[in-house]
Design a binder for this molecule. Structure first.
Ligand code: ADP
Length: 323
């Protein structure tokens, strides 16, 4: 490996910059050149590719977002699009790739490797935490912290006005942010896609809490849940509890931004180094992740299988503490 290309793709996540910076720093340590591929696969197809130097990565570790920019690119889903991307990499002599993104981006990396044989290593960059082969994805911890900070503020106003709040957090069909936010912010209930909670059970819970004179009532709802988002659920609950003053807050994209936490900075940094060293050792078509504090390389095909689930134990703890 003499020239590595690095890109960020799909939904952005705090810590992506820290990961890019670690890839560049580590490559320089081993005298490998690094090319920044801007706007993900879109930039690979458009030849928006530029050699990076030390000045590009100064003061980026602590910044949210990704200085390489991210994009969604329909053309990369076609063989013609991927051929264009390959030709551009050839022009620059790039013979190794680091792809930082979610399951879609890693699926693209896997296909691209299969077709053209350029060694690629994926890094899990998504706030959703929905990739196997790593305990946490880059950005997940920051997103949980942002959600909890926001919910603390909502709780203040909920308590002052005796209101019931439904707060919707991100997590595309996965309840990782929700369950963490639920435990970490003493939620009255946490509704996640993986575990359906009938509206009657939620009403029982709220009634029990009312009898116990619990002051704050904040219910966390994961977006994309089977029973609908916070808005839908609040409407159902209003029918049962017409006297409650109910409000809905959708945290939305604010969970994607912000300076990464120490956890995400360290995770991204470790994984950036592991990506470069993995490529040097001849590893490819794998995702680097951290399991039980050790770096592990998992075949991308395995990492993208949608079977990572919220820990039963977390769900149990959330239930005990909110009843
Ligand atoms: P994320 O990486 O956050 O899951 P997406 O699912 O939007 O985000 O994927 C990001 C990009 O990865 C897509 O816009 C596309 O360019 C590429 N990609 C996703 N799935 C595939 C696929 N099946 N084949 C080729 N490229 C893909």
């Amino acid at each position: 490996i003499t020239k590595i290309g690095v890109l960020t793709s799909g939904g952005d996540a705090p810590g992506m910059n820290a990961a890019i910076r670690a890839v560049v720093r580590c490559a320089f340590y081993y005298n490998i050149e690094v090319y920044g591929i801007y706007r993900g696969y879109e930039g690979m197809i458009q030849n928006d590719i530029r050699q990076l130097d030390s000045s590009d990565i100064a003061y980026v570790l602590e910044r949210g977002g990704t200085f390489l920019k991210s994009a969604r690119c329909a053309e990369f889903r076609t063989p013609e699009g991927r051929k264009k991307a390959y030709d551009n990499l050839q022009k620059h002599g790039i013979n190794g790739l680091v792809v930082i993104g979610g399951d879609g981006s890693l699926t693209g990396a896997h296909l691209f490797y299969k077709e053209f044989g350029i060694p690629a290593i994926g890094l899990p960059g998504t706030i959703d935490n929905d990739l196997s082969g790593t305990d946490n994805t880059i950005g997940f911890d920051t997103a949980c912290n942002t959600a909890i900070e926001s919910i603390d503020k909502i709780r203040d106003t909920a308590t002052s006005h005796d209101r019931l709040f439904f707060v919707e957090v991100m997590g595309r069909d996965s309840g990782f942010i929700a369950i963490n936010a639920g435990i970490g912010s003493a939620a009255a209930a946490t509704l996640i896609p993986e575990k359906k909670m009938p509206v009657e059970a939620l009403i029982d819970r709220l009634n029990t809490r009312a009898k116990a004179k619990k002051q704050a009532n904040v219910v966390i709802v994961a977006e994309g849940g089977k029973s609908g988002g916070a808005m839908e659920i609040s409407k159902k609950v209003k029918k049962y509890l017409p006297n409650y003053d109910i409000k809905v807050t959708i945290l939305g994209h604010l969970q994607r931004g912000g300076s990464p936490t120490s956890y995400d900075r360290v995770l991204a940094s470790k994984l950036g180094v592991s990506a470069v060293e993995g490529l040097m050792q001849g590893k490819c078509d794998v995702m680097a992740g951290v399991i039980n504090n050790k770096v592990v390389y998992t075949p991308i095909k395995r990492a993208i299988v949608d079977d990572k689930e919220v820990d039963e134990e977390d769900f149990r703890v959330a239930k005990i503490l909110s009843t």
